[in-house]
Write a protein that binds this ligand. Sequence first.
Ligand code: ZN
Length: 286
Amino acid sequence: MPKYIDIHSHVNFKAFDADRDEVISRALDNDTWVINIGTQYDTSKKAVEMTNDYEGVYATIGLHPIHTDASYHDEAELGEEGKEFVSRGEIFDKDKYKLLTKMGKVVGIGECGLDYYHMNDDTIANQKVAFMGQIELANELGLPLMLHVRNNPDNKINNAYFDVYELIKKYSKIYGTKGVSHFFAGSVEDMQRFIEIGIYISFAGPITYKPKPEICDYESVIRETPIDMILADTDSPYVAPVPHRGLRNEPVYVKDIVAKIAQIKCLNEEEVAKQIVLNAKRLFDI
Ligand SMILES: [Zn+2]
């Protein structure tokens, strides 16, 4: 059993083209397993391929809500040459993604969900269609969902966490749908609703930053979340935890996030690390 599992990382992205193998080796040498997350077809395929090169490296496959829209492009993710492809926006093709699950160690579906950060009615409708397709695929394969949920701080009316909860709830009763909300930044109430339907809560680098309770009261959420439902993720290459803030993030830094969770919960760090690994192994069946 490893000491840590970074349950949400993108070492499959362009940002790691120059030193991908060193980054993965650094994690594995430090007893840290890695789950790389697909965000559209190409990054999903890359994540799956990587699982065949290492022990302790897994993948999820899916279509990020942002990539159901035509406008979004991130160079750290796709590089310069991705621009033309992404500009079309992708429609979730369940059968095409299903084939990927036979090509390596696929342990979940996503990242999928709802992103209200750049919101207009058209894109939300597209996001919901893609999300429901991925819930169906997860149910068919008996895999957990890797959820991306993001609110717009200027819009207090629409709550993506509540809408995701409502969509999954329908299925979870019939199929026992499970999953994890990565980079959780919701309220205590949002967390409690997720726990109620078997969705784990994963915390990322921002919990180590100077508290801004008006945006997210991480301390209260972490204190209230049951320890057997907590996971930790880096979302590399983004949002590196303190003391690496501002640098490119990588999976080995997940230990700083785990340490912060232990500190907030006033629990022994080793014990918390062990519990989080057990939680990840239970959810992803690894
Ligand atoms: Zn991500």
